[in-house]
Design a protein around this ligand. Structure first.
Ligand SMILES: [Zn+2]
Length: 665
């Protein structure tokens, strides 16, 4: 695949940015545009054994990986890097991860210190202390804990506690009765046993421990919120003072917990899911201390397994990779270590990446696109026929204050206090996790720093962050097939334009619309407008609920609502912005396709991907994004401009009667 970021060589402008050879013209565009646009590509690009999904995102990521791989090898082989320098830290991190002989030889020993500490626990208070201690080391057992802006006062940082502690990817895995989920559940219980045998237990003890852990986790899962419930930010906003906290969970002394978490000077916090913590409190006395110790030991080993010897690594892969996601084989070690390096010292590596591979012109061009889309979005808000003037003014104010981050941070994270050694991978991983913990905790009592980034520069993704009211586009995604300096506007607007519009619309989706321009969770809608929004969103929920995958599994219209609204709004905004360009106003065909047709073909190209059944089933439960097929076709089914471009008629499978078409933004 052609790409502009990697070699620095001249691109060949003659390459086909939208290659008709990838299409399947035996499919009618109005029946299944995803297949019409991508059918031959999908046939010719089976999923590699080490992947669970293969498409445009992966192809681009492969290019980024190749670029990062070269940087990592260079850093790892540089014997002269000054101690403490970025190159030394990145190089040693990567090199220790690639030293499979040392890792194999170490076996489980990197986990022994924590395991011995757990062994010494004698009561429930000891369990809590251990959990807090592990958090400060960046391990994070039982629940989620972090410091972030207070949703209703976003200039202030506050401690936030979240549900967690489950070994399966979602609470629903513990309860759903369909055959596929039941199989995963069975495999998980086997896996719990396998891990205990690898930790040296006989099969009877391992089986008992597995059953104990499973029982405890099932209780925790039962008290956990569903992902749909968690879409409501008000449900997650439960502020407690210390007295309130101690009353909520009599089994937990929060003053001690805060001290053990190294939290100072705080008199309140936010608990995302109070029912979960009540259950934890209950289980601290209902579940024997020995079972808690077994539970904690398993989770430490489970978390560290990818970095331990191959027996642990493979057992873990067998469950999480093969069974849950259908992955046939592990990715090569260098890719796994690369991802861990990106996740651990991401801004050190990210700076090397942008220094070498990011072109400043791309930032300028992107900013131009973003501004065009913002202008178009504003015009569309003004034209909305369902929204009152009062709400429109607030919406426009919010849109007008979006922070736009493109490429990489203006201010890089300072890793000065992080030591990376040259002979111990797990030690490096834990050191960086502890560094992140301390970095996060240090935010308490300080002003919120809006220059921070939530993704690393090489990431092939983008995001909207409601507390900062910002849209963020890492360098990694600013490449073909999303964006290309040489592409005609149809390709860029159908690709990255749709993504930009998508992130902007997140500011006004079912969650984002509840945050005001200053980032606070605060209702700025008139009740009538809110009611109308919900009605319109309801049409989108119904539309996506109808879509099936794997024959009988339906898309969850409520879980995916925010992403579907973002796709729908994003594409409509980008289309309108595209129509203002010279190409958008012309009728000049390229490869036989009109500008409008190319715009929609580019959108479809971005979403082309093959996905394994297991991965699909997992994502239906856990991923707020719809499957790629429906991300492509769902928004198009609502757009008259698409119907016109491809002459979609009643009777075509994607055709929706005017009255059932969704239009929000
Ligand atoms: Zn999104």
């Amino acid at each position: 695949m052609a790409s502009c970021q990697e070699t620095g060589k001249e691109k060949t402008v003659s390459r086909k940015l939208l290659d008709p050879a990838n299409m399947d013209t035996t499919v009618r565009p109005g029946d299944n545009f995803f297949l019409y646009a991508n059918g031959t590509w999908l046939k010719n690009n089976p999923i590699p054994g080490s992947e669970t999904r293969w498409g445009s995102f992966n192809e681009l990521q492969e290019n980024n990986f190749a670029a990062l791989h070269a940087l990592l090898e260079e850093a790892a082989n540089n014997k002269n890097a000054a101690k403490g320098s970025a190159e030394q830290k990145v190089g040693d991190f990567y090199r220790t991860g690639m030293d499979s002989a040392a890792i194999e030889k170490a076996g489980i020993t990197p986990a022994n210190e924590v395991l011995a500490r757990i062994d010494a626990i004698t009561d429930a208070n000891g369990v809590l202390k251990e959990i807090a201690t592990e958090h400060t080391q960046g391990i994070g057992p039982l629940f989620g804990f972090y410091v972030g802006p207070d949703d209703k006062n976003v200039t202030k940082q506050i401690c936030q506690f979240w549900q967690g502690g489950l070994g399966m990817p979602d609470r629903d895995y513990y309860f759903k009765t369909d055959e596929r989920t039941a199989k995963v559940r069975e495999a998980y219980q086997k896996y719990l046993g396998t891990m205990h045998m690898l930790m040296g237990q006989d099969s009877a003890t391992a089986k008992k421990n597995a059953a104990d852990i499973y029982k405890l986790e099932t209780a925790l899962a039962g008290a956990s919120m569903t992902r749909v419930e968690m879409r409501d930010p008000y449900k997650l906003y439960n502020k407690f003072d210390m007295a309130g906290l101690n009353k909520l969970t009599p089994g937990i002394n929060w003053n001690t917990m805060f001290a053990d978490l190294k939290v100072k000077g705080q008199d309140s916090c936010i608990v995302g899911m109070p029912a979960f913590f009540k259950e934890v409190s209950k289980q601290l006395s209902a579940t024997p201390v020995d079972v808690w110790k077994t539970y904690l030991k398993f989770h430490v080993v489970n978390d560290l397994a990818p970095y331990l010897s191959s027996n642990f690594d493979n057992a873990r892969f067998d469950f999480y990779g093969k069974t849950v996601r259908g992955q046939q084989e592990q990715k090569p070690r260098w890719k796994r270590v690369l991802s861990t390096t990106d996740g651990s010292v991401g801004e050190l590596l990210g700076k090397m990446y942008v220094d070498k591979h990011f072109k400043p012109e791309a930032k300028e061009r992107m900013l131009n696109l973003v501004n065009n889309l913002a202008e178009t979005y504003a015009a569309r808000i003004k034209r909305l026929d369902w929204m009152s003037e009062a709400t429109k003014q607030k919406a426009l104010a919010k849109l007008g204050t979006f922070i736009k981050k493109i490429g990489y941070p203006d201010k890089w994270k300072d890793y000065g206090s992080l030591t990376v050694v040259n002979d111990n991978y797990v030690k490096n991983i834990l050191a960086s996790a502890e560094f992140e913990y301390n970095y996060n905790i240090a935010k308490l009592g300080r002003p919120v720093d809006k220059t921070e980034w939530g993704m690393t520069p090489p990431t092939v993704n983008a995001y909207y962050n409601p507390a900062f009211n910002e849209i963020v586009f890492p360098a990694g995604i600013l490449q073909y097939p999303f964006f290309d300096m040489d592409a005609d506007d149809a390709v860029n607007y159908g690709g990255i334009g749709g993504v930009i519009g998508h992130e902007m619309t997140h500011g006004f989706d079912d969650q984002g619309r509840q945050y005001a321009a200053d980032g606070n969770l605060q209702d700025w809608w008139t009740p009538e407008d809110a009611e109308k929004f919900n009605q319109k969103a309801g049409v989108v929920i119904n539309q996506f609920n109808e879509y099936t995958v794997l024959d009988s599994v339906h898309v969850n219209g409520q879980l995916t609502l925010g992403e579907n609204l973002a796709d729908l709004g994003g594409l409509a905004i980008s289309y309108e912005a595209f129509k203002k360009t010279k190409q958008g106003q012309s009728n000049e065909k390229i490869d036989g396709f009109t500008p409008d047709q190319r715009f929609f073909l580019s959108w479809a190209q971005v979403w082309r991907a093959n996905t394994r059944d297991e991965e699909m089933a997992n994502r239906i439960m856990t991923d707020p994004h719809s499957p790629n097929l429906w991300r492509c076709n769902g928004p198009l089914s609502n757009m008259p401009e698409f119907y016109q471009a491809f002459n979609v008629q009643p009777g075509d499978k994607m055709y929706r009667a005017d009255s059932t078409r969704a239009k929000v933004w």
